[in-house]
Write a protein that binds this ligand. Structure first.
Ligand SMILES: CCCCCCCC(=O)SCCNC(=O)CCNC(=O)[C@H](O)C(C)(C)COP(=O)(O)OP(=O)(O)OC[C@H]1O[C@@H](n2cnc3c(N)ncnc32)[C@H](O)[C@@H]1OP(=O)(O)O
Length: 224
């Protein structure tokens, strides 16, 4: 999957207060070019998974990756100050763990979007890995409970039904909705489709967190 194949920017995301703060903190502090670096890293994962290079190319690539790690390791920070994964308004959330999701519609209780698995998430036989699909659903549900007035919530359980093979490098449609709210319990459902074909569906229980379970974003690290 090339960079131009990746899902492009999506609808505005009306984040809840918790993610508004964490996303604003990351956006305030992130160096110019960070978003492009995330895209390069995601592209690297797919390119790496798809490559069968000769020895000299292996040696060259390894050396370049070692150099990149050394550059980034000089700037390691604690979890509060990391930027990775904190850009909730962006399709990739500023992370390379799960595939970008370009949201096409969103309300407080439902969202729809487009996504695509590249070679990095390959299981075998040109199909997406089942664990990658579970990851996609967890991320999708995580985004759903991050909008509107829903308090911060965590996955308590997640169940995935694999209905048919999920292809790689093909546009896929996702939908998720809140089926029921029972106190702190949010019962969620979601689907993953390739065209008219249902690839997988999932249900999840998310629990909104008690105040003592929430870590706010306001504690800024001292400058310098
Ligand atoms: C876009 C943003 C980024 C993407 C994020 C994606 C979301 C994630 O991946 S979150 C990370 C993965 N999840 C976790 O790490 C969660 C780990 N577990 C926990 O933190 C806790 O167990 C937690 C918060 C879920 C629940 O603990 P706690 O708040 O103490 O709840 P607890 O009092 O035990 O249970 C509350 C109710 O839920 C029920 N419950 C709890 N867990 C489950 C479960 N797995 N299945 C069914 N019911 C459950 C309890 O039975 C209880 O029911 P009732 O009130 O009727 O007696």
């Amino acid at each position: 999957m090339t960079e131009s194949d990746r899902p492009q920017p999506h609808v505005a995301v009306p984040l809840n207060g918790y993610w508004t703060e964490w996303s604003a903190r990351a956006a305030r502090n992130a160096a110019p070019g960070w978003a492009a670096l995330v895209g390069e890293m995601a592209g690297l994962q797919d390119t790496f998974a798809a490559a069968a290079p000769p020895p000299e190319a292996v040696a060259e690539a390894r050396s370049l990756v070692e150099q990149t790690r050394a550059v980034l390791a000089r700037h390691e920070v604690g979890d509060d100050d990391q930027w990775f994964g904190r850009f909730l308004p962006a399709p990739d959330r500023g992370q390379t763990f799960s595939p970008p999701i370009r949201l096409t519609g969103i309300t407080e209780h439902a969202l729809a979007g487009k996504t695509m698995f590249g070679r990095f998430h390959s299981g075998n036989n040109s199909a997406a890995h089942g664990g990658g699909i579970a990851l996609l659903f967890d991320d999708l549900f995580g985004r759903l409970v991050s909008v509107g007035d829903i308090p911060p919530a965590r996955t308590a359980s997640l169940s995935v039904n694999y209905r048919s093979v999920t292809p790689l490098d093909e546009p896929l449609a996702v939908e998720a909705s809140v089926a029921e709210v029972d106190g702190r319990k949010l019962y969620l459902t979601g689907t993953l489709r390739h065209g008219d074909r249902l690839c997988a569906d999932a249900t999840a229980l998310f629990l909104t967190l008690r105040p003592e379970q929430i870590r706010p974003a306001e504690a800024e690290a001292p400058p310098g």
